[in-house]
Design a protein around this ligand. Sequence first.
Ligand code: GAR
Length: 223
Amino acid sequence: MRVGAPDTMENTRIISAAVLLSGTGSTLQNLIGWIAAGKLPAKIAVVLSSKPDAYGVTRAKDAGIPVVIVNRKGFKNHTKFAQEVNDRLAKFDLDLIVLAGYSHLLLLDKLRNIPAINIHPALIPSFCGKGFYGDKVHKAVLEQGIKVTGVTVHFVDEEYDHGPIVLQEAVRVRRDDTIASLRSRVQRIEHRLYPEAIKLFAEGRLRVEGRKVIILPLSKSRK
Ligand code: GAR
C-alpha cells in the first residue's frame, strides 16, 4: 500500500490533516510553525481534543484552526467516545490523522481508510503501550537506567504505539538527566522528525509492506 501519493509531477500535494491531542500541544504548535514557514505541505483542517481544558485547544484557537472537543469524561465507554470522534472527523475532508499527544485508541475500521500517524517519545517497541505516554515514558526510561532512548513516528493500528514504523532516531541518556532535561532533548528531535515523516507522506513516498514502511526516493514516488 502506498500512502499519500501526490496528484501531479509538478506539484507536491497539500494534504489536509486533523490533529488530535489531549495535552499541552507543543507538537501541534511545532507543526503550525513548519506549515507557516512553508516547510510542510499540509493544512490543519481541524484540531480535536479529548479534554476541553487542554492547552493545545488554546494554541489551535490562537492559530485560527477550527476546534472540536470530544470530552472523554462525557462518555460511558471508549467505544462510544471513539465513535463520536469518528463522526466529528467525518465532517472534514481529510488525507491524514495526526496524533499529537492524544491518549486514546482510534476506531480505525470505521475511519473510511484515512491513515493515522503517531509520535512516541521512545524507541518502540521499548517503553510504549497502554499507560506509556509523555513524561511517564521518560520517568520509566530513567528508572530503568538505559543508555539510549529516542523518538518513533509510526502509522497507527488497533494497539497503542504499535503500527508500522516510519522514522526513528536515538537520543543518548545522560547520567545526570532529569525528566525535564530528557524531555527537552527528546522533544527537540520530535519537532524535526514528525514534520519530516508527514512531509514524506504528503510526497507519496511511504509504502507499507506488512509491518515495514519503505521510504521511496522522491523521483520514484512521482512516477
Ligand atoms: C509528545 O512528547 C508525544 O511524543 C507524546 O506526548 C507528548 C505530547 O506533547 N506521545 C505519546 O507519549 C504517545 N504515546 P504535547 O501535548 O506538548 O504535544
